[in-house]
Design a protein around this ligand. Sequence first.
Ligand code: CA
Length: 222
Amino acid sequence: MNRILLAEDEERIASFIEKGLRAEGFRCETVADGAAAVELARTGEFDLMVLDIGLPGMDGFTVLRRLRSERVDLPIIILTARDAVEDTVAGLSGGADDYMRKPFAFDELMARIRLRLASAASVESVVLRVADLALDLRTRRATVDGRTVELTTREFALLETFLRHPDEVLTRQQLLSRVWEFDFDPGSNVVDVYVRYLRTKLGADRFETVRGAGYRLRSAPH
Ligand code: CA
């Protein structure tokens, strides 16, 4: 089920949107100020945010800039009561995916939400991300902090396995079976050798050695 985060301080509008979303089968959580919007958007538990610009404390533009500077790539649709075209343009260049001008028809908002969710889903299926590390499954290229890194076939398969299990300890045996398709331990250090290659190419710190167990891809610096 899709979870929508709604940041809107006007109760009447918030409840109108909430009711509509629930009727369409979405789950919806509403916050009424910018700081709470940032906090919840960071949790990664939402699929999309509808963000009002005029919020108390921190306005919607600030919320948007803060999230994008933290690389939170949650799709965001801005709601604005302001007529000024510059505001809308500023919103889109600040990293918003779309915008709606108030007042609006719920059906139009719903159509935009569905469109954004569909395009987010198709992007997600080809790019795996953990922190500043991304792997495009089509081009088989990794990027670290915007820098492109070429990988060999095995390095690619090993990195894909790590990215699908961030923060989990993967044993040498699990890696051997998933990446090399060995269901026995051939008694070689091939896993350690390839983890070393990934460390050299992508940064040593992110691949943690867990003594006596295996390796873990860290999703955050320690
Ligand atoms: Ca408002």
